[in-house]
Write a protein that binds this ligand. Sequence first.
Ligand code: FA5
Ligand code: MG
Length: 429
Amino acid sequence: MAFTVFQSALFSNPSLFSRRRTFNFCIQFSSFSTASAFPSDKFQLHKKWRQPVSSVLELGGVKIAKDEIVRDDPTNNVPDSIFSKLGMQLHRRDQHPLGILKNAIYDYFDTNYPKKFDKFDDLCPIVSTIANFDDVLVPADHVSRSYNDTYYVDSETVLRCHTSAHQAELLRGGHTHFLVTGDVYRRDSIDSTHYPVFHQMEGVRVFTPVDWEASGNDATSYAAEDLKKCLEGLARHLFGGVEMRWIDTYFPFTNPSFELEIYFQDGWLEVLGCGVTEQEILKRSGRVDNVAWAFGLGLERLAMVLFDIPDIRLFWSNDERFTSQFSKGQLGIKFKPFSKYPPCYKDMSFWISDSFTENNLCEVVRGIAGDLVEEVKLIDNFTNKKGMTSHCYRIAYRSMERSLTDEEINDLQWRVREQVETKLRVVLR
Ligand code: FA5
Ligand code: MG
């Protein structure tokens, strides 16, 4: 059923960070960097998530007005729809599939490394470009730094696009074993496995010479072996006996770098990226004689497999028929779709301009249709003799919760056409 479909989509979409498509990243607002990056235990424990109100939200104890984050200014590309997700912190809800998964991963680390790993799940997602990119050695010309891939609050501040944005700051703060869970933001395409906000968990472990000297192994091989052992154990803890494989890859911040794939329902599924931390990152945090490993895993992808959740939009649903199916500590539950409403397809053709990108199109569609849009797919593409290029996109509208009326969809599509023409400077055909 839905599973094979979303699985093949999962691994046909290369990630931002690995070489297949290279990647994307994130910093820390000066006004709340210290407080949010190093919350005291008291600050971190049991802080309740808060539904954002329309014009102000609270993040890490700091009130942030909407007009600080969403501004009509060329250095800012954060839309209202993204502001409304800030502060939701799905990963901090114990009854939510992402919270249940986070807690199951915590259990694994608590059992295997008692009292070793410091846990952070409330660090501010608004970070400096230095933390998001420079601190983890992302090259200046890397595609992930573009306005097309990352949400910028201003030219020096972004919504983090990975939890690696917190690595350097925590290392500098003296932490040697830590897990960072949080919401991350990427401008991206629209389908059942991609959403502009998703959740990652970062893990970092630092070793000192005593750790590897007795092993007879060199520092890098020692760390790489320990990393693989740790993550294979985690995969078994979550999935039981599973077939898995390591793929060599590239990340700017680790060397060597790997991805872990799990064989699940007829396909290999990429669940995380990891590797041995680049020495330069350790050196800059004052750890010259050390070696470390790091990983970053995608919580939605793991949760979709663990709970049989067929569409990534469901994680954001407040529908009781979704939320009531999950309970604290219950990892083995399989989601039962409550009903399936038919999709409605609308095609749209236009002559593109030089500046046209698919991510910009998706943002316009998402801004109008919100979670009613299920997929935006290029179905035709040609260039005529005059050198003009035409694209035809098929938009699938479908609610997870109810039937949509023709009138409602026609109205959405009409607004999409209008805004695509004015905002993206294309010529509708
Ligand atoms: C990173 O984000 C790296 N920061 C991971 C890392 C950390 C590598 C530390 C080495 C050391 P990547 O872009 O591949 O890499 O994303 C990591 C994981 O996030 C992926 O394996 C996938 O599970 C998940 N992920 C990536 N993009 C999306 C998306 N658009 N929607 C849902 N999950 C995603
Ligand atoms: Mg990847």
